[in-house]
Design a protein around this ligand. Structure first.
Ligand SMILES: [Zn+2]
Ligand SMILES: [Zn+2]
Length: 284
């Protein structure tokens, strides 16, 4: 096990430092058997644009946050249990290089490393942690994952009706099932998507039809109560505008905080493997 290879004192110190950097904005991270495997900066594709985020890979969780002061202060902590994670490599496309998807039942997003080597390191380390965890627990990886949202700027017109031009008034919405950017009328219906929320969520008309058909089909297994919303939930916003709480990915509201554009991208590994990992991070 990796745990025994790691100097536990150094490990505790590193975890305390991560806790410190998040301060009161984060949760306690020290836990019996938890090891900080590595850390580094990755570019996370957010709703409006790609942003630098500090990622910490532990043997059981992936933690990331916004960088307030490089190496000193982070906020907006997110903790993802690795047991729920599935990775998917992305092909290089234009400026989007060295990327992969981090998918869970409740949230999926793309991240990008600075180089192909870093991508390999990150993915290999995360996969290894997931594998160890699942072997230990005997659990199965989740089969359903939340859609990856299409970034706003990739759609100037509705991806469903292909007509509505997005403007300040004609706001963009995201289908929670397929991740498409759609207009208000094309996403006026909601559907209960287990794994993402216990409330019905906005879906596009196409997904609504498909989901409704699925529900009518004779189920293979007895359906649970929570999976049977009896009817579509009308969009109660009324005003035609979107309730900002619905669509806004709150972690995106950080333009002013993240002022430093230059970060040390890279993956610092702490498990002492001598195969190119553990490269020294240079301070700017
Ligand atoms: Zn539309
Ligand atoms: Zn959809």
């Amino acid at each position: 096990m990796v745990d025994r290879l790691v100097n536990s004192e150094a490990n505790s110190r590193r975890i305390a430092m991560v806790e410190n950097c998040f301060g009161s904005s984060g949760q306690p991270l020290a836990e019996q058997g938890r090891v900080l495997v590595g850390e580094g900066v990755l570019t996370k594709m957010c709703r409006k644009k790609p942003k630098s985020r500090q990622f910490f890979l532990f043997n059981d969780i992936l933690v990331y946050g916004n960088i307030v002061i490089n190496k000193k202060k982070y906020n907006k902590q997110h903790v993802i249990p690795l047991e729920e994670v599935k990775l998917e490599s992305l092909k290089d496309e234009g400026y989007n290089r060295n990327g992969w998807l981090i998918r869970t039942a409740s949230k999926s997003f793309a991240v990008y490393a600075a180089t192909a080597t870093e991508k390999e390191e990150w993915m290999a380390h995360i996969e290894k942690c997931i594998e160890d965890l699942l072997r230990k627990s005997g659990k199965q990886p989740p089969s359903e994952h939340a859609a990856v949202w299409v970034p706003d700027n990739e759609a100037s017109i509705c991806m469903h009706c292909k007509k509505t031009q997005f403007t300040v008034l004609n706001r963009r919405h995201h289908c929670r099932k397929c991740g498409s950017v759609v207009c208000g009328p094309c996403s006026s219906k909601k559907f209960l998507l287990r794994g993402q929320s216990d409330k019905p969520l906005r879906v596009c008309l196409q997904c609504f039809d498909e989901l409704s058909k699925e529900r009518v089909r004779p189920p293979n297994q007895p359906q649970t109560l929570t999976n049977s919303p009896s009817k579509p939930v009308p969009d109660t916003a009324g005003s035609g505008g979107d309730s900002s709480a619905d669509d806004d990915d709150s972690e995106d509201d950080d333009e002013r905080v993240n002022t430093e554009e230059k970060h040390d991208e890279g993956f610092t590994s702490y498990n002492g493997v001598k195969n190119g990992f553990g490269k020294k991070v240079t301070t700017v």
